[in-house]
Ligand binder design. Structure first.
Ligand code: GZL
Length: 321
C-alpha cells in the first residue's frame, strides 16, 4: 500500500512541476499539433508537407493534418476543428495574408498557441501568433531583381518583363512582386508590360503564358515567375509558341525545386531563387519550446540563396527537394 501511495504522490509531483512551468502540459504527455496546410498546388508544397509529417514523426509529436485545397475557408474550418479537439498547438501556412483575426482570437480564448509557417499574415494584434517561421519573400524578390540588373547592365533596353504572379493576396506573391519593383523602379529600361496570377500551379502558369505569348510575342524579354511550377508551365507554352525560353527570353523563377534545376540544366531557365520548404524540423522544435513555456522570437527566417543556370548541374545532386 505504502509503495502505491508513494507512486501516486510522485506522479502528482511531476505533474505539479509541469504545471508550475505554466505550460499546463504534463512533461511526459505526447504533444498534439494541429497543422492546416495550404493545399498540394506545387512541388514546393508537396516537399513542405513531407517535411512537416516526417519531422512530427521524428519528434514524437502527434500530428493532425489537413489540406485546404488553397481555400481560406477550409483552413479556417480546420483551425476551428483543432480548437474543438483541444490540441496543444496549432500551426498553419496562411494561404492569403488577411482575414485571420476572428479564428485566431478563438484560438487565443481557448489558450491554444498558434505558430505560422511559410507565409505571414497581416494583423494588427501580433499576439495572435507566437512566431512566424519562413522565408523573407521581399528579399527573394530583390534577389530576382538584382539578377536582372546584372544580366542587363550593358543593355540599353527596353527590357520588357511579363510577370506570372502567385496566389492573389498571398505573402509570397505580394512580396516577390514588391521586391522586384524595389530594385527596378529606378531603372526606366525595365518595364513590366503584363502581370497576371497563375495561382502557383503549372497549369496556371502555362495558361497565362499562352495568352502573353499571343499578345506580346517577341516583344517579351523576360518571364518573371513567382514559382517553379508556373515557370515550367510557361516554358511549355513558350516552346509551343516557337519561342526559346532561357535563350531569346530570360526566365527568372523561385523555389529552386528539382524541376527548376532540371530546367536550368536544359538551358530553359536562367536563375532560380531558393525558397526552402524544409521547415518541419524548425516547426517541431518551436512547438516543443512553446509547450515547455519557452520564449520564442516573433520571426524565424530561413537562410536561402540564388542558383544561376551555370551552377545547376553541379548543385542538383546535393538538393533535398
Ligand atoms: C513560398 C510558398 C509558395 C511557393 C510555391 O514559401 O508559400 O507556395 O513559392 C507554393 O511553390 O505553392
Amino acid at each position: 500500500m505504502k509503495l502505491a501511495i508513494r507512486m501516486v504522490a510522485g506522479g502528482l509531483m511531476a505533474t505539479a512541476f509541469a504545471f508550475a512551468a505554466g505550460t499546463g502540459h504534463a512533461e511526459d504527455k505526447q504533444i498534439t499539433l494541429g497543422f492546416a496546410q495550404v493545399g498540394a498546388e506545387s512541388a514546393w508544397r508537396t516537399a513542405n508537407t513531407v517535411s512537416v509529417k516526417q519531422a512530427a514523426k521524428d519528434a514524437g509529436i502527434n500530428l493532425k493534418f489537413s489540406d485546404a485545397q488553397q481555400k481560406q475557408e477550409n483552413q479556417i474550418k480546420a483551425i476551428r476543428s483543432y480548437i474543438a479537439q483541444k490540441v496543444d498547438v496549432i500551426a498553419f501556412s496562411p494561404v492569403v495574408e488577411s482575414g485571420w483575426e476572428p479564428v485566431l482570437q478563438e484560438a487565443k480564448r481557448a489558450k491554444i498557441p498558434v505558430i505560422l509557417t511559410d507565409r505571414n499574415i497581416d494583423v494588427k494584434d501580433t499576439s495572435l501568433y507566437v512566431t512566424m517561421i519562413g522565408s523573407d519573400f521581399l528579399e527573394e524578390g530583390r534577389r530576382g531583381g538584382k539578377w536582372l540588373e546584372e544580366r542587363y547592365k550593358n543593355d540599353a533596353g527596353p527590357i520588357n518583363i511579363v510577370e506570372l504572379q502567385g496566389t492573389v493576396g498571398s505573402a509570397p506573391a505580394n512580396d516577390r512582386h514588391a521586391g522586384l519593383i524595389e530594385v527596378i523602379k529606378n531603372d526606366p529600361k525595365f518595364k513590366i508590360i503584363a502581370s497576371q496570377s497563375g495561382d502557383f500551379t503549372l497549369a496556371g502558369g502555362k495558361q497565362v503564358m499562352e495568352a502573353f505569348a499571343k499578345t506580346y510575342g517577341n516583344k517579351i524579354n523576360v518571364v518573371y515567375a513567382h514559382n517553379d511550377d508556373m515557370a515550367l508551365g510557361a516554358i511549355q507554352a513558350m516552346e509551343e509558341a516557337g519561342m526559346k525560353p532561357g535563350k531569346d527570353i530570360a526566365v527568372v523563377s523561385f523555389d529552386a525545386t528539382k524541376g527548376g534545376f532540371e530546367a536550368m540544366i536544359a538551358g530553359k531557365m536562367n536563375v532560380d531563387v531558393e525558397c526552402s520548404p524544409l521547415l518541419g524540423p524548425q516547426l517541431m522544435s518551436a512547438v516543443k519550446d512553446v509547450v515547455a513555456g519557452k520564449e520564442l522570437p516573433k520571426r524565424i527566417v530561413t537562410t536561402e540563396t540564388v542558383f544561376p543556370m551555370s551552377v545547376a548541374a553541379q548543385v542538383l545532386p546535393t538538393r533535398k527537394y
